[in-house]
Design a protein around this ligand. Structure first.
Ligand code: C2E
Ligand code: MG
Ligand code: MG
Ligand code: MG
Length: 298
């Protein structure tokens, strides 16, 4: 009896594994095809100065315009993209496309010339010998100023070879490119290495921001992160601000910048153009908390 049960279980297990690996292979095939068919898009989410409510820049976020499924977010394919290494060429494409786009916008919308863009890199980029070479060639091809480019990295890049990663970050900084520490607070050793990390801004992960309404301890944690960051002369971006109350608390705590659905969802390029055209930049956006957001991206 036990034997047959065990066998049945094994079969169920192997089928699940098989179905899973087929699904993953399917995503990989689709991703390669998507690249060939130019189905990737860059979305731009405003980052806002919390004391003036003016846009200071955009985080660039990858989107996949799937022929049947519509706009697909990275959460649905990031694991496969990371595991297959496809995230490398895709992220370089995001950077090049965003730099080209910003250069086009700078001709039409002069006020956009002061805005920065940040691009997410994965840990795998730091295992690439040609990381700096790729950065330099994108900047020289697009003529986008290094000073307006920021890279978003997580502490995950430190796992394999801390010394090499830090040396690479220092070279990136020497090029004039800014460095954001993304998803701050979610890693295991954030505080202990922060002073050794050659970054200029940290992005507090949205798990702390979303808990701001309900848990008093979250306000304490956010306050502590802000004091620590500011004492190290680092700037702070709060990620995932969704309510007016969160924005108010963060502003009162002296957080420098904010990003989140309360201000704006990630926007397509045409939506950014509407934003530029609708008012002169720097732009003031103050949606009411209950306003339905037409962009509908999550
Ligand atoms: P991330 O870098 O931490 O990006 C922030 C994520 O939070 C984005 O998810 C954004 O759409 C979402 N977000 C922004 N405001 C809010 C809010 O108020 N509430 C909530 N619930 N979410 C908010 P997205 O676009 O799905 O991207 C997920 C992750 O995929 C990113 O997290 C980043 O790690 C990765 N990613 C996105 N684009 C790229 C890329 O071009 N290259 C690489 N290597 N990774 C990317
Ligand atoms: Mg990011
Ligand atoms: Mg983040
Ligand atoms: Mg992330």
């Amino acid at each position: 009896r036990a034997k047959s049960l065990g066998k049945a279980r094994y079969e169920v297990f192997s089928m699940t594994m098989r179905a899973q690996s087929i699904a993953l292979m399917q995503i990989e095939t689709d991703l390669r095809r998507a690249a060939e068919r130019n189905e990737f898009l860059v979305y731009y989410q405003p980052i806002v100065d919390l004391s003036t409510l003016k846009i200071v820049g955009f985080e660039t976020l990858l989107r996949w315009q799937h022929p049947e499924r519509g706009i697909v977010s990275p959460s649905e394919f990031m694991t496969v993209a990371e595991e297959t290494g496809l995230i490398l060429p895709i992220s370089w494409w995001v950077m090049a496309e965003a730099c080209r786009q910003m250069q086009r916008w700078s001709k039409v919308f002069p006020r956009s010339r002061s805005l920065s863009i940040s691009v997410n890199l994965s840990g795998r980029h730091f295992q690439q010998a040609d990381l700096l070479l790729n950065l330099r060639s994108i900047l020289s091809e697009t003529e986008f100023p290094a000073e307006r480019l920021r890279l978003e990295v997580t502490e995950g890049i430190l796992i394999d070879n801390k010394e090499i990663a830090i040396a690479t970050l220092e070279e990136i900084r020497a090029m004039g490119i800014g460095l954001y520490m993304d998803d701050f607070g979610t890693g295991y050793s954030s505080l202990s290495y922060l002073h050794r990390f050659p970054i200029d801004t940290i992005k507090i992960d949205r798990t702390f921001i979303s808990a701001l309404n309900s848990e008093e301890s979250s306000a304490t944690i956010v306050h502590t992160i802000l004091m620590l960051a500011h004492s190290l002369r680092l700037k702070v971006v709060a990620e995932g601000i969704e309510t007016r109350q969160q924005y108010r608390v963060l502003q009162a705590l002296g957080c420098n910048y904010g990003q989140g659905y309360f201000f704006a969802h990630p926007l397509s390029a045409p939506q950014v153009e509407q934003l530029f055209a609708s008012q002169s930049l720097p732009h003031l956006i103050r949606p009411s908390p209950k306003k339905h957001n037409a962009h509908g991206l999550h």
